[in-house]
Design a protein around this ligand. Structure first.
Ligand code: C5P
Length: 216
């Protein structure tokens, strides 16, 4: 079984995906990580974020183990890391180079320890449209920019990272504009839509479980 969850930053995709992966015994692929891994290397190597040749080269050379190694760095999920990821994700050459790696995961999904899984759950922006257009169940999760920015702001505070709410809100809106103006980032026609602005994660999870169980 393949499930996709797309939607803007901080809409609750990751939390929902991890909970569903756990409940249904699926391997989880957070596809934002591939762009974060390329963006972080650009930052670490002092490469300008508009250098698409270098970004494409890093994307072509990216492997799962390297991505996992980079993900342990503090910058990986920081505001700066998010901005870098979103910049490289806007480059067609980068997207093309990272496509196969993301699609191959659905052919033989594995858990973090390398053991085989009976299916996969993806989260990202284009997983139900470009990466896995034949997924069994597709969700598109959204919430207002203000609510999403507040969730991110609280996450930074909980991690002890300095952040300013207005800056997080401005970046959330800038990222939405970059991420949703390209082809493939609109909801798939057969996606089930959730607006999590006024829903708790428990409600979203329960509703998603019912839909998946019906499908099973
Ligand atoms: O989901 P996350 O916030 O980690 O994604 C980081 C960035 O990677 C996004 O802002 C977006 O630009 C890019 N991305 C993408 N396609 C995906 C997943 C993420 O373009 N499937």
């Amino acid at each position: 079984m393949i499930i996709t969850i797309d939607g803007p930053a901080a809409a609750g995709k990751g939390t929902l995906a991890a909970a569903l992966a756990d409940k249904f015994g699926l391997a989880y692929f957070d596809t934002g990580m591939v762009y974060r891994a390329v963006g972080l290397q650009m930052l670490m190597q002092n490469i300008a974020l508009d250098n698409d040749k270098q970004a494409q080269k890093l994307a072509e050379e990216l492997t799962f183990p390297l991505m996992m190694k980079l993900s342990s760095q503090a910058l990986f999920r920081s505001l700066e890391g998010s901005r870098a990821a979103s910049s490289v994700a806007a480059m067609q050459g980068v997207r093309k180079a990272l496509l196969k790696m993301q699609q191959d995961f659905s052919l033989s999904p594995v858990f973090a320890d390398g053991s085989k899984a009976k299916g996969a759950i993806y989260d990202g922006r284009d997983t139900g449209t470009v990466i896995c257009p034949h997924a069994d169940v597709k969700f598109f999760i959204t919430a207002s920019p203000e609510i999403r920015a507040m969730r991110r702001f609280k996450e930074y505070q909980d991690k002890g990272q300095a952040a300013d709410y207005n800056e997080v809100l401005a970046q959330t809106k800038a990222r939405d504009e970059r991420d949703f103006s390209r082809e493939g980032s609109k909801p798939a026609k057969d996606a089930i839509m959730f607006d999590t602005s006024d829903m708790s994660i428990e409600e979203v999870f329960a509703k998603a479980c019912r839909i998946i169980e019906e499908k099973l």
